[in-house]
Ligand binder design. Structure first.
Ligand code: ATP
Ligand code: MG
Length: 742
């Protein structure tokens, strides 16, 4: 980092990159001086503008590659941008400040670490280490961890960090009464421990950097001089601390040098649950007086029907900035309508998607241009199985494949250890998961005994619990585990394997481990475990299931070349595909009941934005589906189609498949402990007997009783669907036949 030398003479401009832009895009690329906000809908070329602008800056000699700061949302996006810039300027580019907020902040922080009491070789802790450290801090402070779980405190700290608040500066409005008003003191103690360990957590990277820039005018000025241009993609999803960091860097003393260009779309803001603040976009003009706003209105990605459907849907949201979006593709006038496919159950849905991909592939469709985008991680399982069965290669982005996920591997290890006492690998994985007090010493003793006797670990363990080689606590824990394994194994003889599996997960304490976990991933893991039980239900025996998994895992290693992409809607931001499948559009699943419970009407709008993001990923084919029935622990339960399906403009969709009346639920087997409670599950389904549609009308405002959710008041009526504000269960959409006047 040094004072900027005079820019070199512009090199010759290769290619016709500017000619590949429309006039508005071109204006956005060529307006290089002063703050600029590109506010535009999906697929209008925001990212293309940013990339071209980057190349243009370099090609016209306005800055050296290291003098441009470019922020993207994912590392994948950063790689793509680097490749595209290199393609335009026709040479590889090195030394770029191009990456995610975290990556860039970490790199800067290494140069100034001493200013926040760290050395430049500080360690960045992963979430596991963070929790462990915080737990130590809380234990040392005598906090009752049963009452005040570590992960809740972690969440509070993260929120403060996302809002740029170091300990000692938490405003009264943002304090927390956690652990009897000790949250801020614990935060301070945690930060002190991090400093002592020469470590930073993810949130620290930006927090420390903004603190440094704020507190050290000389440092700030050097960075401001270095970065002649700042480029930011997906600006609508920045959180407060990211925003502060950007603003500091961009507030050059000379207003003529405030060359920051942000591109974003308020309709695609989908990360408020991670602290993103849409207001950052609205504040842009205020923070940067004289800012130019460019609007792009031609969408080059999707055909007209896809665009019209997405626009019609998002128009239902209030609180939008409002943008025009029109088809810009040469072939945009034709185009196939969005397909809404109604299916009988989730298995049929997976078959439908598989069959269509197969047919498309036979017709020459590049599989790399096909995506299945889901609302919740657990949904990938059914599609993965189907794709494997029909031999279509796929990749799961932004997360592990279903059977590779930690909780699934753990659960499967339990199943293996139950079926096969000689399976040492499985036994070792589960012997102290969840933690049952079998520490390193106990495990070492166990291994030694197994080696000496030449028997599997589980057998050696059996011998050990009869001796005093282990201390009483680990001995009791081990005995309990062995007894459990025997009991479950015996259960397989006379009870259904799904029932036994559910019992096992409950009685071993494995489910409880994730229930007590307050990290944002825990709920998804519990969903995955339920999905695993559903998968089990598709096999006649536990052994058949385990064999299937072994084959599935092997299959993973195969296949090079183009693959179908599976990912969540959140991970699909900024991407595009020829053919997009959007399955599981059912109330409860999408919109997600969990989000609605937590965030109410605001959350519904965010869910709708997520639907908009999903549809606008598609270039030519968009297939949305919903299943009328989902299997929950072997019980079939009925669902109702997502309200978003009704919100799509009828002229742009074709509906396929009949929506049959919900199945009368029937028990496939006696419900196990997990399934014994009739309860709302994530898919928005319930296990109750459906009555025929009611004759007498129910009215808005009327107080009613619902079999599962109790008392509530009707907020809206639409055909046979009711939006009800339940006194206990919050607001939900239900079928009228489950409701009676109170
Ligand atoms: P999102 O909001 O989803 O991030 P975006 O606004 O960033 O979308 P891009 O991904 O930059 O849009 O562009 C969408 C597609 O349109 C890309 O395939 C891009 O190459 C193409 N495109 C953009 N501008 C033009 C243009 N002027 N002419 C032809 N194609 C274009
Ligand atoms: Mg983009």
């Amino acid at each position: 980092m040094s004072a900027t030398p005079a820019p070199p003479a512009p090199p010759p401009v290769p290619g016709d990159y500017l000619a590949r832009l429309n006039p508005e895009q071109r204006a956005a690329v060529e307006t290089l001086e002063g703050p600029l906000l590109v506010l535009a809908g999906a697929g209008t070329g925001k990212t293309r503008v940013l990339t071209t602008r980057f190349a243009h800056i370099l090609l016209t000699g306005r800055a050296q590659p290291h003098q441009v700061l470019a922020v993207t949302f994912t590392n994948k996006a950063a790689r793509e941008m680097r490749a595209r810039v290199a393609a335009i300027i026709q040479r590889p580019v090195e030394g770029l400040w191009l990456g995610t907020f975290h990556a860039l902040a970490a790199r800067m922080l290494r140069r100034h670490a001493e200013l926040v009491g760290l050395r430049s070789d500080f360690t960045i802790l992963d979430p596991d280490d963070q929790s462990r450290l915080l737990k130590q801090v809380m234990e040392a402070a005598g906090v009752d961890l049963k009452r005040w779980p570590v992960n809740n405190m972690m969440g509070i700290i993260q929120r403060w960090k996302d809002r740029g608040l170091p300990p000692g500066r938490i405003p009264a409005a943002e304090t927390s009464d956690y652990a009897n008003n000790r949250a801020e003191a614990l935060y301070a103690a945690y930060q002190a421990r991090l400093a002592a360990l020469n470590a930073a957590d993810f949130g620290d990277l930006l927090l420390h950097m903004t603190e440094i820039l704020r507190g050290h005018a000389d440092v700030l000025e050097r960075w401001q001089r270095l970065f002649r241009y700042i480029l930011v993609d997906e600006y609508q999803d920045t959180n407060l601390v990211q925003y502060m960091w950007l603003r500091l860097l961009a507030q050059h003393a000379d207003p003529a040098q405030r060359n920051i260009c942000c591109v974003g779309d308020d309709d695609q803001s989908i990360y408020s649950w991670r602290g993103a603040e849409i207001e950052n976009i609205l504040r842009f003009e205020k923070d940067f007086p004289g800012a130019r706003i460019v609007r792009l209105e031609s969408n080059y990605r999707s055909t007209r029907p896809i665009l019209a459907a997405a626009s019609g849907l998002i128009a239902r949201n209030e609180g939008r900035l409002g943008k025009t979006l029109r088809p810009g593709r040469a072939d945009s006038q034709g185009g196939e309508k969005i397909r809404i496919v109604s299916l009988w159950d989730s298995e049929e849905e997976a078959r439908m998607v598989g069959a269509r991909i197969e047919a498309a592939s036979r017709a020459g469709q590049d599989l790399g241009e096909v995506a299945i985008l889901v609302r919740a991680g657990f949904q990938t399982r059914a599609f993965e199985e189907r794709l494997i069965a029909i031999g279509i290669p796929y990749r799961v982005f932004g997360g592990a494949k279903f059977y590779e996920r930690q909780e699934i591997r753990d659960a499967v290890a339990y199943f293996r250890a139950m079926v096969n006492p000689a399976d040492d690998l499985a036994f070792e994985r589960i012997v102290n998961t969840p933690k049952r007090g079998l520490g390193d010493t106990a495990i070492a003793t166990l291994h030694r005994a197994a080696r000496e006797q030449g028997v599997p670990l589980a057998i050696a363990a059996r011998g050990l619990v009869g001796t005093d080689a282990l201390r009483p606590k680990p001995r009791a824990a081990l005995r309990e585990l062995l007894e459990g394994l025997d009991r479950w194994r015996a259960g397989l003889e006379h009870e259904g394997h799904v029932v036994v599996a559910a019992q096992l997960l409950e009685e071993s304490g494995y489910t409880a481990m994730w229930q007590q976990d307050r990290s944002p991933e825990a709920a998804g893991r519990l969903d995955n475990l339920k999905e695993l039980l559903r998968a089990l239900g598709e096999f006649a025996t536990m052994a058949a299931f385990l064999e299937h998994i072994a084959l599935v895992m092997e299959n993973d290693e195969a296949a090079e070349g183009a693959r179908v992409s599976l990912m969540t809607l959140h991970a699909a931001k900024g991407l595009e595909f020829d053919m997009v499948f959007l399955p599981g559009w059912e109330e409860g699943l999408f919109p997600s009941q969990r989000s609605l419970d937590e965030g109410g009407a605001k959350a519904l709008e965010e869910e709708r934005r997520l639907a908009y993001v999903g549809i606008t990923r598609a270039r030519r084919h968009c297939i949305i589906s919903h299943a009328a029935n989902r299997r929950i622990y072997g019980n079939w339960t009925s669902t109702i189609p997502s309200r978003f399906l009704d919100e799509l403009p009828e002229a742009e969709v074709v509906r396929e498949g009949e929506t049959r009346t919900p199945a009368m639920p029937h028990s496939v087997f006696a419900a196990g402990p997990l399934g014994s409670r009739p309860r709302l599950i994530e898919a928005g389904a319930w296990e109750v007997t459906a009555r025929p549609a009611r004759a007498g009308a129910l009215q808005v405002g009327q107080r009613v009783f619902h079999q599962k959710f109790g008392y509530g008041r009707i907020i809206a009526v639409e055909d046979d669907r009711l939006d009800i504000d339940f006194e206990k269960a919050g607001s939900k959409r239900v079928l009228d036949r489950f409701v009676e006047p109170a």
